[in-house]
Design a protein. Structure first.
Length: 326
């Protein structure tokens, strides 16, 4: 009888991305040429939002079963792509200047029903700076969350289904502003969109977008993205993994996660070039080829649980390629 996991994996090593990016830039200074903005991303956002509105209009008088089927088979992919667009805006990779990027994120947020793009930026940037530090990295499960879900398949499926709810509870442990004028604006615009959607198109349109949102980050093969990125699925010490499968085509290369963490100032369309310019660094890392396979493996493999994450008790700072604790 297998015992249940009871703790995370703890590391005294520094953030691997802070180390590797220095090494890569020494050998490949040309990588800096990829850094920049991609203003054409705004057209992707407009197209994806328009697609969700158009599909919701098509479904307004159809059967409920079809609403949920289309949300799972189509809407989830569009909603997930919009998450990637919010992610791009949070790194300021669309326009020059804070305000245009924030507005682009708020626009991409509309089909998600819940106003989250502005707050996502706050805690996501902390995730990059403090990967593995429990009190500063909202990508990590809470201790109570890991105990609750454990390695039970049903528990993991419920966790996937309600992943957005668990994600919101994590932000409480971060020392970030939970309310300001930008978050207020995000909610005002979002609620206005929600009311217009419900009144002018109908309840089925609203439910379609809501279901698309939950499927895009939860009980769906796309939900494996959250496992792929930092769960210790293939190696007990490699804490970040990339995904190089076909769904990158509809997910704007978000699977290139090691590459993104190493170079967060490079936009989505150039992420594959990072790997091609420095193959020695990325081909040597383990990676995933299928989100569907990972999704099923995480649910049914008792060795995998929410405890399959790397944590740090102390922040390790890199100074002149030497490690010091701070």
């Amino acid at each position: 009888m297998r015992t249940k996991p009871t703790d995370f994996t703890w590391s005294k090593e520094p953030n691997p991305h802070h180390v590797r990016v220095r090494q890569i830039l020494k050998q490949h200074p040309e990588m800096k040429e990829l850094i920049g903005k991609n203003p054409y991303t705004i057209f992707m956002i407009i197209g994806l939002v328009a697609a969700q509105v158009g599909i919701s209009y098509f479904l307004k008088d159809t059967s409920w079963w079809l609403v949920f089927l289309v949300a799972y088979a189509v809407g989830a992919f569009i909603s997930h792509a919009l998450w990637v667009m919010i992610h791009e805006s949070s790194h300021g990779l669309i326009f020059r200047g804070k305000v245009p990027n924030l507005m682009a994120g708020i626009l991409a947020n509309l089909p998600h029903i819940f106003a989250s793009s502005v707050s996502f930026q706050r805690y996501h940037l902390k995730h990059h700076a403090h990967q593995g530090e429990h009190d500063l990295d909202a990508d990590l499960p809470d201790f109570w969350e890991a105990r609750l879900v454990s390695n039970n398949p049903l528990g993991k499926m419920i966790w996937f289904l309600f992943f957005p709810v668990f994600q919101v509870t994590r932000t409480a442990r971060l020392n970030i502003a939970l309310f300001d004028r930008w978050i207020l604006l995000n909610w005002i615009i979002q609620l206005s969109f929600n009311v217009a959607l419900f009144v002018f198109i109908g309840p089925k349109a609203f439910v379609y977008m809501l279901a698309s949102f939950f499927f895009s980050v939860g009980l769906h093969p796309l939900g494996a993205r959250w496992i792929q990125e930092h769960y210790l699925t293939l190696d007990p010490v490699q804490e970040t993994y990339s995904y190089y499968g076909p769904l990158n085509k509809v997910a704007f290369n978000v699977g290139f996660h090691n590459e993104h963490h190493d170079f967060p100032s490079i936009p989505w369309n150039k992420l594959p070039q990072i790997k091609s310019k420095a193959p020695a660094y990325y081909d040597s890392l383990l990676s995933h080829q299928s989100w569907t396979k990972l999704f099923l493996s995480f649910i049914f493999n008792p060795k995998l649980s929410l405890y399959s994450r790397m944590l740090r008790k102390e922040k390790v700072k890199i100074v002149s390629d030497k490690e010091v604790l701070v």
